[in-house]
Design a protein around this ligand. Structure first.
Ligand code: FAD
Length: 348
């Protein structure tokens, strides 16, 4: 068995494989492209504090000790993942970047290829997240100032005293506004009118939102983020952005200009544009398997690829949150046990 990716989703799957009797290294490995534990969390901006993350759910069977709210998430969560891997003796092999997964010619196994070697497996859990595939929409025109995606943002210091356009209507945009408006001027641009959700988000609401994203994945359509269907809920970052007067939103501009953004004849000068326009699933290495539907997505039934029941995708679509990733890891392992059975007992 091979799990690709050691973020929340891959670690959850690895934990459940162990629970079901799969022996580390003998029966399964986790291949991870990074040098150290942490998944996407290790790459987030140092300015993202535990108090400002959207919400973090512990991995199964080992709690994250109450963190200092001011501690950077990029230190706390990777530290927790490292401790988790050690505590459950999870067989993470890194750095191993999987370049392709192919069907074994003339056989019924899958071949998982990387520069470090090829693994042959009966089933696969893909848990490669989205962080490595930031999405940048194309708009006409050329802007001469600094442009970056949220993935490359490293905190507000370099933007002190500047005017920054933040593009995007999700939680990342709100984090940016809450930090940048404290040190300079911001301009918030979104495609759709943002939907602010007041009050608590009950379990029922959560299930309804996940069901909407799930339906798209069941139809093999491109994945939408959970926030796109839940709206922006109350958070520390949202409160700060509101207090700073940064939530006035402009509709999407028509084009970029040398010095800023333009809506028809109106042009607004900015020093930088930060695209908080989301991510796409990192699944290019699965291309040889031909899982993609005409609609552009991979059709799933739960976590299982409809086109190939040996393959489960976790942290994908409706399970792209820390709580969703936990559940998906367990569901994927149950599906794999149904398909190939529980492992043989270890030899004495
Ligand atoms: P990741 O954490 O990205 O882990 C994927 C792992 O796979 C990485 O270690 C990577 O190196 C590895 N990998 C990738 N490609 C390959 C390859 N080809 N070969 C080998 N290894 C590979 N969720 C919340 O619950 N709360 C939040 O506040 C929150 N904030 C978020 C903010 C942003 C900007 C984003 C993008 C997501 C956020 N999420 C949040 C979602 C959440 O982080 C993830 O859905 C969840 O942590 C599950 O992560 P993952 O394991 O799927 O992916």
């Amino acid at each position: 068995m091979v799990v690709i990716g050691a973020g929340q989703a891959g670690l959850s799957a690895a934990y459940h494989l162990r629970r079901r009797g799969f022996v580390p290294h003998r029966d399964f490995v986790v291949l991870d492209a990074d040098d150290a534990p942490g998944g996407a969390w290790a790459h987030r901006s140092p300015s993202l504090r535990m108090a400002t993350v959207h919400g973090f759910h512990d991995l199964p069977d080992f709690e994250l000790p109450a963190p200092d709210p001011q501690a950077p998430a990029r230190e706390v969560v990777p530290g927790y993942f490292a401790a988790y891997e050690a505590r459950h003796a999870l067989p993470v092999v890194r750095p191993v970047r999987v370049t392709a997964v192919r069907a074994e010619p003339g056989g019924d196994r899958l071949l998982v290829e990387s520069a470090a070697g090829t693994w042959s497996t009966r089933a696969l859990v893909n848990a490669t997240g989205t962080w490595t595939r930031p999405f940048l929409p194309h708009y006409p025109g050329h802007f001469a100032g600094r442009q970056l995606h949220y993935a490359d943002y490293r905190g507000p210091a370099e933007f002190a005293g500047r005017t920054v356009a933040v593009v995007g209507g999700g939680a990342s945009a709100i984090q940016l506004l809450s930090e940048l408006a404290a040190v300079g001027r911001t301009l918030w641009v979104t495609r759709r009118e943002p939907v602010f959700r007041e009050g608590p988000f009950g379990e029922q609401d959560g299930r309804a939102a996940v069901a909407l994203v799930e339906e798209r994945v069941r139809q093999g359509l491109p994945v939408r983020s959970v926030v796109s269907v839940t709206g922006l809920g109350p958070s520390v970052a949202l409160r700060r952005a509101r207090e700073l007067g940064a939530l006035h939103r402009e509709p999407m501009f028509d084009r970029l200009t040398e010095h800023g953004l333009a809506w028809g004849e109106r042009e607004v000068a900015v020093d930088a544009v930060i695209w908080a326009t989301g991510f796409r699933a990192e699944v290019g290495h699965l291309a040889p398997l031909g899982l993609r539907e005409a609609g552009g997505g991979i059709r799933l039934d739960g976590t299982r690829a409809v086109a190939d029941p040996r393959i489960h995708l976790v942290g994908y679509g409706p399970s792209a949150s820390t709580i969703g990733a936990n559940r998906a890891g367990r569901a994927a392992v149950s599906g794999i046990v149904r398909l190939i059975g529980a492992p043989a007992a270890a030899q004495p």
